[in-house]
Design a protein around this ligand. Sequence first.
Ligand SMILES: [Zn+2]
Ligand SMILES: [Zn+2]
Length: 347
Amino acid sequence: MPELRKDPIIQRWVIIAAERGQRPLDFKVETTVFDVNPKACPLCPNNEDRTPPEVFSIRLDGSKPDTPGWLVRVVPNKFPALKLDGELNRRGIGLFDMMNGIGAHEVVIETPEHSADWDTISAEQLQRIFVAYQVRLRVLGEDERFRYLLVFRNYGVQAGASLAHPHSQIIALPILPQLPKEKLLSARQYFLEKERCLFCDLIFQEQELQKRVVYESEHIIVLSPFAARFPYELHFFPKQHSHDFSQASADVLMDLAKVMKRVLTALKQLIGQHAYNLVLQNAPNPVPRPGRPDYWGTLPYDYHWHWEFLPRLTRVAGFEWGTGFYINPVAPEAAAEFLRETLTQIP
Ligand SMILES: [Zn+2]
Ligand SMILES: [Zn+2]
């Protein structure tokens, strides 16, 4: 019997429509990665002049900006969705609210290696990528025009990637988008009622139940969420309460790098190469709100950063567009069990 489940954080419904006796391989979907000759790749070393000048890099000693010798390189997007310079000019015509398309859109070139993914690069390199995110989140966060900073990664054509070279993106937005807003408001409401973090309570409950915990390390816990939208959707949380990823310590970042690498390796073993999106759900930029000085007053206590890993094995179609619900053909408990089993075989 299919089951309707409600997400305890944003109250979104999903239909868990798992067939009995389903096996993980039933979801093996081939993914396509756009590939070009590394010589023609704008993100490869020696092609630094084909991107806008870098805004940040982690480099070998002695190498100069915009030349080879970088380990991680951050550049503005050549085709940005939003423009950096100008005023917001908030305005409205009747029911229609508008503002200028001000924002930042940056590309994090994650490694000089043309063909790699987060399961194949070293944990040290993954940690450097996280450090690059932290630096850019802090720098962009100083701009009071930006209310939300989003870090995300698309892998594979089905997930929207247009370049094969490993990269992720950072977008600074002048508004707080709907999805993070729903999470933030829900977390704030919960805190006002209970003086506890909703996510810390969720983690504690899942640790007690042990049905959807995929993996736990010293600092990180990986959950297969109760109302997962997609087969093998995973959420990575720091075990210690923290609202802002940009403040995570070197130890937490290293542990996260090791855990992500390990879990993504297991998932690839289980379901094969697949397209996916990774999204950082971080606290918003706490810029002052005119007339509402306490708007973000409880944010450091009520919000808890996490990464969402969303494999693209199913298609979002009319039902999803029409309802905002999702149909997930794999029970989150089964996904957790398959993954736990595979993880025991990884050294
Ligand atoms: Zn390349
Ligand atoms: Zn918490």
